[in-house]
Design a protein around this ligand. Sequence first.
Ligand code: GAL
Length: 416
Amino acid sequence: MHPLPIARALALACIGFASAATQAAEVEVLHYWTSGGEAKSVAELKKIVAAKGVVWKDFAVAGGGGENAATALKARVISGNPPAAAQVKGPSIQEWGKEGVLANLDAVAAAEKWDALLPAAVAPIMKYKGSYVAAPVNVHRVNWLWVNPAVLKKAGATVPTNWDEFFAAADKIKAAGQIAIAHGGMPWQDATVFESVALGTGGAAFYRKALVELDQGTLTGPQMIKTFETLARIKTYIDRDAAGRDWNLATAMVINGRAGMQFMGDWAKGEFTAAGKKPGIDYLCLAVPGSEGAYTFNIDSMLMFKMKKPEDQQSQQVLASAIMSPDFQELFNLNKGSIPVRSGVNKTKFDSCAQKSMADLDASSKSGSLVPSLAHGMAVSSAAQGAMTDVIARFMNSNMSPKDAVTALAKAAKTR
Ligand code: GAL
């Protein structure tokens, strides 16, 4: 039997929550959406739960990629005081499931028919042992290159469609005295560039074998060497002040014309949008060279933790229901740069980059070139991801050779 008075929670959610409002129902949410575009996105969720009578208790932990947030979450769960919900995704959901600390969302999921609304590949990620424990928020694509066309034009460079053209454009931007590649020297950002380069130089089948299946031969093979060689070349176009720079500040460099291009997932588009910039005019969203048609996905989700008080359990159901609502999925993703994860959402207001993402997601899932993001916690265990990210970051910050890098990466991939 389910411990929560679900029917009541759902009824309250539907009638505007007048009674719960007087009890000041509350939901504490741990997240790392702290940049300009992200804060706007999360404000939409706050509004929706507030309209349902639930007060949002913000537990924001700054730090792109979510490493700091993950550390804060562990501390709270270990001390027996978890937040109601936390921004956790991918295989980490299973890791938390094994700890026996998660809430059960099956009643709300069944009432709202989540199984029918979510893509067949997504629903299992949100479940532990067959039960829903998390609510999916969006689909982010990681293999994007963000370009400021005015910077390219001023440098006499053309928009790149392959790696040769990419490096030719980078050379011209550099020669014109601008920064060719905006980057923040943080391990997760290094890994973000790395995985896009792996996809763009080796293709989806190579990516899957190496970075999802962790096949030792592929991890040390010629395509991985080529990946690191390309990464070594990319390093030479990054400015000296990159160390420790936040991703959104790197995006700001592209927005304001200090830099020409950035490798980043489409949360970067949230920054362009927040700055009032228009795709196709002020900026371009291109698939990373060589990765056109392929798609690295990163699905954000809110993982729910077991709550003792019935009113907290109710608020949690309200939050889950709000996250899956078409209104939220539309508004949040318009601001966030991502696309809705569930069906039945109005897509007419989404811009050309989002439309491209939707079309490419569809096409890549049919052609078999849809792969989970390594850098964003969708592909492997958190332990293997952490160890592999360390190797990539070491490569970015030293003179390590591509040969040594593949050996170290393959060893790191064995981390359990
Ligand atoms: C990703 C996350 C995005 C965005 C980004 C920067 O891992 O999925 O929602 O927050 O990191 O922090």
